[in-house]
Design a protein around this ligand. Structure first.
Ligand code: PLP
Length: 305
């Protein structure tokens, strides 16, 4: 979240709608801390609550403080692909005991203390099951190990890809404020880099690249969309897939998702530019040093010339 755009957005909403946004939700993309110092300054000056989406930023820090503890609330995800998992579910962080009680009421169907179900308000069924919580407690014992592993994998990518021209490993700003958990290691690929098979990129409709719920997928009706990674990035993804390596594009910018096409967006062009050139590389707990070397060698062998 660009703090300058954030402030522009707040001002614009106030002038157009006569009211300010109800909440500000910065997202720690790939685990990288957001500029929470500037975001909190702006949020406080307009008195807008901050809900930190630290789902990917579990254990990341800004100025030594863990993400999820700056705003009014922080949220974590324990989905299967996150830094630690409970198979599904997540957690909400708040320092305020009264708010915690009220949130737990909402998360537990807002049941009043009568022998029968009595609802003063409409609640939800959002609490974590004891089985999932048990898995989470076990996962907490490996949390530090997982975070250290992701940082180690990132360091290896940085070192091994240093001399590969046109490929850049995205690293945190070296200002001393950032401490990313490097949940995902990401690279950018210059448009000039030629990749084997690039001429065939996007020629065929991809079948089940991501998959839907329980194997239910909508068959894509086109091979391309109006906002997608460059041909060389797609070619590298396909090349790595054939070598047994799962790599993915960056997250597609929200304002380019068809379901949000009518939503207001405040843009600088950065998210679209990054989506064109970016790629996520494997970084999970089972990615060994040998795997990282193989992944880097595969990237090198994919480059033409
Ligand atoms: C995974 C994720 C979520 C959603 O978490 P679930 O537990 O899968 O619902 C939200 N925000 C970000 C940034 C995520 O990466």
């Amino acid at each position: 979240m660009d703090p300058e755009l954030l402030e522009d957005a707040i001002k614009d909403r106030i002038s157009k709608m006569g009211r300010k946004p109800k909440a500000i939700i910065p997202v720690a993309l790939y685990g990288m801390p957001y500029r929470i110092d500037r975001i909190m300054e702006i949020a406080n000056s307009y008195e807008i609550p901050v809900i930190e989406d630290a789902a990917e930023g579990f254990g990341s820090r800004f100025n030594g403080q863990v993400l999820g503890t700056f705003g009014k609330y922080g949220v974590l995800s324990f989905n299967g692909n996150k830094m630690i998992t409970t198979s599904g579910g997540g957690a909400l962080i708040t320092a305020n005991e009264d708010e915690w009680r009220e949130i737990m009421m909402y998360a537990t169907q807002y049941r009043e203390s009568y022998p029968y179900y009595q609802h003063e308000k409409i609640g939800f069924n959002y609490r974590m099951s004891n089985i999932c919580a048990g898995i989470g407690r076990g996962q907490m014992t490996v949390a530090d190990e997982h975070i250290a592993h992701h940082k180690h994998v990132q360091k290896m990518y940085e070192e091994l890809l240093e001399d590969v021209s046109g490929i850049h490993v995205h690293a945190q700003p070296a200002t001393g404020e950032y401490d990313s958990n490097y949940w995902l290691c990401t690279i950018t690929i210059d448009p000039e880099v030629k990749i084997k098979g690039q001429e065939n990129a996007y020629k065929t409709i991809v079948q089940g690249a991501v998959g839907g719920a329980a194997g239910v997928i909508h068959v894509a009706d086109s091979a391309t969309t109006d906002c997608q990674p460059n041909d060389n990035v797609e070619a590298l993804r396909v090349f790595m897939d054939a070598a047994g390596i799962e790599a993915r594009p960056l997250w597609k910018p929200m304002h380019k998702q068809p379901c949000y096409k009518d939503a207001p967006a405040y843009l600088s062009g950065v998210s679209e530019a990054m989506f064109k050139v970016g790629m996520c590389l494997p970084a999970g707990p089972y990615v060994s040093d040998e795997d990282v070397r193989y992944i880097v060698e595969t990237i090198k062998s994919a480059i033409v010339g």
